[in-house]
Design a protein around this ligand. Structure first.
Ligand code: GLC
Length: 756
């Protein structure tokens, strides 16, 4: 391996990023819709969106920046807080863009840098942040750095990569892409040496021993920070350095460099977050947080918990999830896990045992074409057999386990996959907007699409699309939107401690999320038949138990500190556990939601929502397919139409009720009125649930329509679980500057200890 000082001399290559002047302060006026909460990522919901797949504004067959801008209203309506954009840089696209050939440009097929700036502004104006991928570990072999390195070993880029005269070094480093690669070394016929690569053989690893490489990557960070990105997902970050006698993963020098990157962003671009992709065991991943005094990343994806969600569903036992969380060490104050169900890669099975992996392949990848590398290349809905109950249960776990969740585009409508496409393209097909040509994604000739839209028997885009699901009140899309809103009302899901809870049924997973404001008991039945269980809550003897979705009261925790719950197949509860004196008689056990004061009253002691804050649109109408050559179509947003079939609340009323919700829960009181209002503004008093119309035990029967200032609502959430929620009123703590309140710290040292 050659080392050396290669940073000297003028760069002959345009692709080497020009050093950029640091921007000391990202002024708020550049981010008009965003909260000032420096720990926003701890309560945020992320949404991974592939530019190529979301919206084609030009009829080119490929999604682009303008196409995404056109769809931001949808994302705001859905209720996500931060987009994660995988690479959109110039690339030969042999690895979905992770084979970067220029780190500081936008690939022409996606638009221009100006378009990217416009995306940032438009997203921020809607209160949505954007993080992008930072591919530090490697480049495409088409990158000018590599072209120079291979042809001019003594030139300025000669040591930008890891070269060797033979292919024997670092034998303990595993091959990651086992489907396509047999070695981490590939012979380069031009330089007549081997180069090192942890991924594809067309993706040479950068040589981080070289100070010029480290500096070049700093400049890439500066470049995108200047444009205003809110953070980076650090791609393949464990592999930056190599060392003899090790497996070349998680090395101390890798951590040292990441701490330098963190120091840079904290110093020059405060507020920019770093999210690590480190597909490792929990004890290794936590190293990527650094320490409170010398931090590294703000967030790390929790890879091991993800496959265990799927495992537990098929095994019908909670133990796999419980055990991995018990094995997960504490993380520093201010840090956060990243949870996910699916992403643009295969569902990786690297972090499970051999036996578990074999079982997972049997359960979830019966056709060999469903497998890729050490994993399964399928989407959420088909993985779960399109079972609505399982999809909901998986989402409920995702949204309540410790960490900030990332949704994968299309999973909110239960999009299918296409296992007949190669590699991970199976899960990267165009977003399905409408039943029209190309699913409303593009006006191009269908044969010109970057990938065909899904037309499978079960998941055909004519049936699975945004437009149809908006029209159907009980759709998965409305359900997902509703549960996101409920989560938003309870920051404890983001910033609270995780406390496992003892139960006497192995199919049941139970834990508490708790902060200074509230405690929510989360209970999941992983079995496909009904289960009853006794939950041990010794510290809550006599406490009231209230469903956070509909506000119905459950039997109180007994004097012995236990409560018995019965759950149907794949059922779950999120239950507010609070002191009985606070609830009093307000929440009857008849199934009726508690009485909530009329919106006019609700506003009185409420905290004002800043008018400058973006409001969630009440309705979203899918725009018709954009037309090539025409100006970008702005989604039609009829706004707040209280008399439409959906009967949504007028914005002012929603705001006032939301304020009240904040007053109730944000003040530390877990009083029922506040907490209930918190589940969706005027939600509990407003029947937004079609499923309940027939039963009469809904808010409509409780004077809810008047209370919420709405007409009867045709529902926002679907079967089999339905709840009142989904009212898209902003919560001051989530949207209003300065009102987020003191960020909750991890307070409970017993977080890993079951309560019993
Ligand atoms: C990351 C990306 C994956 C890519 C790999 C190599 O794991 O998620 O898509 O193939 O890095 O860049």
């Amino acid at each position: 391996m050659r080392k050396g000082d290669t940073g000297a001399g003028p760069s002959p290559l345009t692709a080497l990023p020009t050093p950029v002047a640091p921007v000391a302060d990202l002024a708020r006026e550049h981010r008009p819709g965003l909260t000032d909460d420096p720990e926003w990522y701890r309560t945020a919901v992320f949404y991974e969106v592939l530019l190529r797949a979301f919206g084609d504004s030009r009829g080119s067959g490929t999604g682009d920046l303008r196409g995404l801008i056109d769809r931001l209203d949808y994302l705001q309506w859905l209720g996500v807080d931060c987009l994660w954009l995988p690479p959109f840089f110039p690339s030969p696209l042999r690895d979905g863009g992770y084979d970067v050939s220029d780190f500081t440009a936008v690939a022409p097929e996606y638009g221009t840098l100006e378009d990217f700036e416009e995306l940032m502004q438009q997203a921020h104006a809607r209160g949505i942040r954007v993080i992008i991928d930072l591919v530090m570990n490697h480049t495409s072999d088409q990158h000018p750095w590599f072209q120079s390195s291979r042809s001019n070993p003594d030139g300025p880029y000669g040591d930008f990569y890891v070269w060797s005269d033979d292919n024997t070094r670092y034998p303990d480093a595993r091959v990651i892409f086992v489907d396509t690669e047999t070695s981490n070394w590939t012979f380069d016929p031009v330089r007549r040496q081997y180069f090192w690569h942890r991924f594809f053989s067309h993706q040479p690893d950068l040589n981080f021993e070289n100070p010029a490489v480290r500096e070049a990557m700093f400049d890439v960070v500066r470049f995108w920070c200047r444009i205003g990105v809110d953070g980076f997902r650090l791609d393949a970050v464990p592999y930056l350095f190599e060392e003899d006698g090790t497996n070349c993963e998680n090395l101390p020098r890798t951590h040292r460099y990441l701490r330098e990157v963190r120091a840079l962003v904290d110093r020059e671009f405060p507020g920019t977050i770093m999210l690590a992709e480190a597909n490792q065991w929990p004890e290794d991943v936590v190293e990527y947080y650094g320490t409170e005094s010398v931090p590294e990343c703000h967030m790390c994806f929790h890879f091991p918990v993800m496959p265990r969600i799927y495992y537990a569903l098929r095994e019908q036992r909670a133990s796999a999830i419980k055990e991995i969380l018990a094995d997960t060490p504490d993380i520093p104050v201010g840090a956060q896990w990243g949870t996910f169900l699916r992403n643009h890669d295969e569902l990786t099975l690297e972090m499970v045992s051999t036996e578990e992996r074999a079982a997972m392949y049997g359960w979830y990848a019966e056709d060999p074409r469903m497998r890729a590398n050490v994993g399964i290349r399928r989407r959420l809905a088909p993985l779960l057999g399109n079972s609505r109950a399982e999809i909901e249960l998986a989402h409920a776990l995702l949204l309540s386990l410790p960490g900030s969740p990332t949704l994968y585009y299309g999973d909110e409508i239960g999009m299918g996959d296409n296992i007949w496409l190669p590699d991970r393209d199976a899960v990267r097909t165009p977003m399905q907007w409408t039943p029209d040509r190309n699913a409303g994604f593009s006006t191009a000739d269908p044969g010109k699409l970057y990938l065909p839209v899904v037309q499978s028997l079960v998941n055909h885009y004519a049936a699975i699309n945004v437009e149809a699901q908006i029209a159907q009140p009980t759709s998965l899309l409305h359900w997902v939107r509703g549960i996101l809103e409920v989560r938003r009302q309870h920051p404890v899901f983001g910033n609270g401690s995780y406390i496992p809870v003892q139960v006497d049924n192995e199919a049941i997973l139970a834990f508490k999320r708790t902060n200074a404001q509230e405690t929510i008991l989360c209970v999941f039945n992983l079995a496909n038949t009904a289960r009853s269980t006794t939950v041990e809550l010794p510290r809550h003897a006599g406490a009231s138990v209230t469903d956070v979705f509909g506000g119905a009261r459950f039997p109180a925790v007994g004097a012995d500190g236990t409560v018995t719950l019965t759950l149907g197949s794949r059922d779950f509860f999120w239950l507010l556990v609070s002191r009985p004196s606070i609830h009093g008689d307000e929440a009857p056990m008849t199934g009726l939601p508690a009485h909530v004061p009329p919106a006019e009253d609700a506003g009185r002691d409420g905290e004002a929502v800043s008018p400058s804050q973006p409001q969630r649109p009440e309705t979203y109408v899918v725009p018709s397919a954009p037309h090539a050559g025409s100006a970008p179509r702005v989604p039609e947003l009829p706004g707040f139409e209280p008399t439409t079939a959906h009967g949504f609340t007028q914005p002012g009323q929603a705001d006032r009720a939301a304020d009240r919700a904040v007053t109730g829960s944000g003040s530390g009181a877990t009083g029922y009125g506040g907490a209930a209002a918190g589940q969706g503004g005027p939600g509990p008093a407003v029947d937004r649930d079609m499923g309940d119309h027939g039963t009469g035990d809904s808010g409509a029967g409780d004077g809810g329509a008047g209370a919420g200032g709405t007409v009867a609502v045709a529902g926002t959430l679907g079967q089999p679980r339905s709840f009142t929620g989904g009212q898209p009123a902003p919560v001051a703590g989530a949207l209003s500057p300065g009102s987020a309140g003191p960020a909750q710290r991890r307070t409970d040292p017993s977080a890993a200890t079951p309560e019993s």
